[in-house]
Design a protein around this ligand. Structure first.
Ligand code: AFP
Length: 323
C-alpha cells in the first residue's frame, strides 16, 4: 500500500503542498500518540481556560493546538494559520505559500470518555508578496487547495482531497506511515441514516422540525421508508460514516442563541468537510446555499450545516426553501 507522500507525488501534487500535508500528518500522528496515552498521561480533563468560542478548553485541545502550530510554523511553507483555539491569526514564514485553518481536536466532549475525536484542516493559497492578515483568510471554501481530517478511532485514518476526488489512508503503526486504503471515496446515493442532535428539536425552525418529523414517520410517513439515526458528537466521526456508508448530517440554526447562525464554524469545520463531501459526490449546504460559495466575514464565523448524500441534502434544503 502506497505511503501518503508517494501517492501524492505520483499524482502530480505540488511538492510544497506535499510537504505541508506531510507535516499535518506528522502532527496528527503525534496527537494520536497523546490520545492513546489517555488516562496514563494525566492529560485528560479540563485545562481550566475558555477559548475564543467561550468553550472550556480540554488539556488535549491546548496540547493539540500547540503541536499543530509548532509543526506548521516550523515547516517553512505556512504563511499564517487560523485555529479554533486562537482568537486571531498566527503569522508564520513571510515567504510561505499556504494559509492553514484547523480545528485541532474536534469532538472534545468525547475525549474523557475515550470516544471518537479528530483534527480538521483546510488549506488555501497565500497571496505572494502581500502582508498577511485576517482578510487573507476570508476566501470562499471553493478556493481551498486541499482539505481533510484525521479521525482518531480504532484505527487512525487520514481522509484527504486535493480537488481530485477523496482518498482514505490508514496509519500503519508498524512503519509509522499513513498508507492508501481507498483511492476513490464515493458517498452511496441511498440515504438510510440521519445525524442530528435531537435534544435541540424544540429549538429548530419549523422547516427543520417538519423535515425530521417526516424522517421519524418512516414507512407510514411521506418519505415512505424507515430511517436510522446516529449522533457521534464529533463532526469528523459523523462525516466519516457518511463518506463510508451514506446518509445526511445536519446542525441547523436554533433559537437557543438566535443571533448565532449555527454551532459549526465555517473556516475549519464546514468548509473542509464541505469540500470533502462535494468531492465524494455529495452536497454541503446551509438552509440557503452551497457552503463553499459563502463569502466569509470573519475567521470564527458560524453557519448552519446540511451535508451528505446529494439527493437527501436537496430534499432537506427544499423543506427550508419551500417554507
Ligand atoms: P466540541 O469540539 O466542542 O465537542 O464540539 C464538537 C462539534 O463542534 C462537532 O464536532 C459536533 O458535531 C457538534 O459540535 C456536537 O454538538 P453538540 O454537543 O451540541 O451535539
Amino acid at each position: 500500500m502506497q505511503p501518503l507522500r508517494q501517492y501524492l507525488a505520483t499524482n502530480n501534487i505540488e511538492p510544497s503542498l506535499i510537504t505541508l500535508i506531510d507535516v499535518l500528518a506528522i502532527a496528527c500522528k503525534d496527537i494520536a500518540f497523546r490520545l492513546q496515552q489517555g488516562a496514563m498521561s494525566g492529560i485528560l480533563g479540563s485545562a481550566g481556560e475558555e477559548n475564543v468560542q467561550g468553550e472550556t478548553q480540554k488539556k488535549l485541545d491546548v496540547i493539540s493546538n500547540d503541536l499543530l502550530k509548532n509543526y506548521l510554523l516550523a515547516s517553512g511553507v505556512v504563511k499564517a494559520l487560523a485555529s479554533e483555539e486562537e482568537e486571531t491569526i498566527v503569522s508564520g514564514n513571510e515567504a510561505g505559500s499556504y494559509l492553514v485553518c484547523f480545528d485541532p481536536l474536534d469532538g472534545s466532549s468525547n475525549i474523557d470518555i475515550n470516544s471518537m475525536v479528530g483534527t480538521i484542516f483546510s488549506i488555501f493559497s497565500a497571496a505572494e508578496g502581500s502582508a498577511v492578515n485576517e482578510k487573507s483568510f476570508l476566501q470562499p471554501g471553493r478556493q481551498q487547495l486541499a482539505a481533510g481530517y484525521v479521525l482518531y478511532g480504532p484505527s487512525v485514518m487520514l481522509v484527504l482531497t486535493t480537488g481530485d476526488g477523496v482518498q482514505m489512508y490508514t496509519l500503519d503503526q508498524r512503519i509509522g506511515e499513513f498508507v492508501l486504503t481507498n483511492d476513490h471515496v464515493v458517498i452511496p446515493e441511498e440515504t438510510k441514516e440521519f445525524a442530528v442532535n435531537m435534544s435541540n428539536q424544540r429549538f429548530w425552525a419549523e422547516p427543520k422540525q417538519r423535515y425530521v418529523e417526516d424522517l421519524l414517520a418512516g414507512s407510514e410517513g411521506p418519505r415512505a421508508k424507515n430511517f436510522n439515526m446516529r449522533w457521534m458528537a464529533a463532526m469528523v466521526a459523523d462525516v466519516h460514516r457518511i463518506l463510508c456508508r451514506g446518509g445526511i448530517f445536519t446542525y441547523p440554526w436554533d433559537s437557543r442563541d438566535p443571533d448565532k447562525a449555527g454551532k459549526l464554524r465555517l473556516m475549519y469545520e464546514a468548509n473542509p468537510m464541505g469540500f470533502l463531501v462535494e468531492q465524494a459526490g455529495g452536497k454541503a449546504y446551509t438552509d440557503k446555499m452551497p457552503i463553499l460559495d459563502i463569502e466569509p466575514e470573519h475567521i470564527h464565523q458560524r453557519v448552519p450545516v446540511f451535508l451528505g448524500a446529494a439527493n437527501e441534502v436537496t430534499t432537506c434544503v427544499e423543506y427550508h426553501q419551500s417554507s
